[in-house]
Design a protein around this ligand. Structure first.
Ligand code: BGC
Length: 371
């Protein structure tokens, strides 16, 4: 079992041995027009409306998910409604409410702020709708049936490990290494496990003097990046660089939680005229993958959005067929242990990029630019 907010219990992840949990379809209401059309034993009609509410387009993974959900749900026979909440929490609340009113049987949510949808999720459950948290946990609510994601704590572990390996590979003579830390947006439930996973690797090395966080900013609150916005990360890095690195102090590494913020950090370093530090990332965005192949950004994480969307649609199909969800973990969302299906994230550096991206329709062609 996993506790969402603390790192200690998160280290061991049982990816193998998926087990099924009941709960899918539980709490369904008295039925509506769509239910009436469901075949015997099925959870709901095979052509039901399925709502997908995605957050802002703060990274390429979300943009990819839109088409994948539209195409995949349509091919599976459903009627998809896929929307972004680009204006933030209020827009997402309205979207979810509208999906309930449209008679959706399942609502899949990548939350802007997972703690701000309680009222809408309660209404969804009251209407017999199944709620799936997609990529980001829905927190502080009893009204979520399943969480489908890449293992976020493990993402952080891989990032922390890559930072250390990168420092050894690229800055061998410079130890102890000067680093700075960047975390994601505080309203995204993923940001804490990303950071705690990374710190489970880095904190012991800070404590033993191998790493030196020159600014002294090591708490999540100090290093978080509101809205996952590149401008916010870049502004903070500009301030740190002019405040702590304007006297010849070298910056050797930056823990960045994703590619967008990694590029922001690299831009700040470039404007400050410093040498390129070892910078981590996540999402395998095209621009960062090119940067890695050019020897600039050190690492990224591959979380194949095609797999995450396909797994989510498989779970929707289980609900439609009246079957139990499949899960391989649980994550506590502050109120309950949510059955969770975790996919494994993959670390990518220049060393293994060609191998990891083989078969990816967007990234394999990028690899061929570097043959
Ligand atoms: C996702 C990351 C992404 C970030 C910003 C997180 O919730 O898991 O992959 O980089 O949001 O969009």
């Amino acid at each position: 079992m996993k506790k969402f907010k603390t790192g200690a219990a998160l280290a061991a992840v049982a990816m193998a041995g998926a087990f099924v949990l009941s709960g899918c379809g539980e709490g369904r209401g008295s039925g509506d027009a769509t239910d009436a059309a469901a075949a015997d034993g099925a959870g709901f009609a095979a052509d039901a409306v399925i709502g997908v509410s995605l957050p802002q387009q703060t990274s390429e993974n979300w943009v990819l998910a839109e088409d994948l959900f539209n195409d995949g749900l349509s091919e599976a026979g459903f009627e998809p409604i896929v929307q972004f909440a680009n204006a933030g929490v209020g827009e997402q609340q309205n979207q979810v409410q509208a999906m309930i009113e449209r008679g959706a049987e399942v609502i899949v949510i990548g939350a802007v702020d997972g703690a701000q949808l309680g009222t809408q999720l309660e209404a969804a459950h009251a209407a017999g709708i199944t709620v799936i948290a997609y990529d980001r946990m829905l927190t502080q609510t009893p009204d979520v049936d399943l969480y489908v994601a890449f293992d976020n704590f493990q993402v952080g572990v891989l990032q922390g490990t890559a930072l250390l390996e990168g420092l050894e590979a690229r800055k061998a003579g410079a130890s102890p290494w000067n680093i700075e830390l960047i975390a994601g947006s505080a309203d995204d439930a993923n940001s804490t496990p990303f950071f705690e996973g990374a710190m489970s690797i880095l904190q012991p090395k800070i404590d033993d003097g191998t790493l030196n966080v020159v600014s002294g900013q090591t708490t999540f609150d100090q290093v978080a990046t509101a809205g996952w916005l590149a401008d916010n990360a870049q502004r903070r890095m500009d301030t740190l660089l002019s405040g702590f690195y304007n006297d010849g102090t070298e910056l050797h590494g930056v823990l960045s939680p994703n590619d967008t913020l990694a590029r922001a950090a690299l831009t700040a370093v470039d404007s400050a005229g410093l040498d390129v530090p070892v910078v981590t990332g996540q999402d395998s965005e095209v621009e960062s993958v090119r940067s890695i192949m050019q020897g600039i950004q050190y690492s990224t994480i591959y979380k194949d959005t095609r797999e995450l969307v396909a797994e989510t649609i498989r779970q929707v199909q289980r609900a439609q067929a009246g079957d139990d969800f499949e899960s391989n973990d649980t994550v506590n969302n502050g109120v309950q242990d949510v059955p969770t299906f975790f996919l494994p994230p993959v670390i990518v550096t220049q060393e293994n990029a060609v191998e990891v991206f083989a078969g990816d329709p967007i990234l394999e062609p990028v690899m061929s630019e570097f043959e």
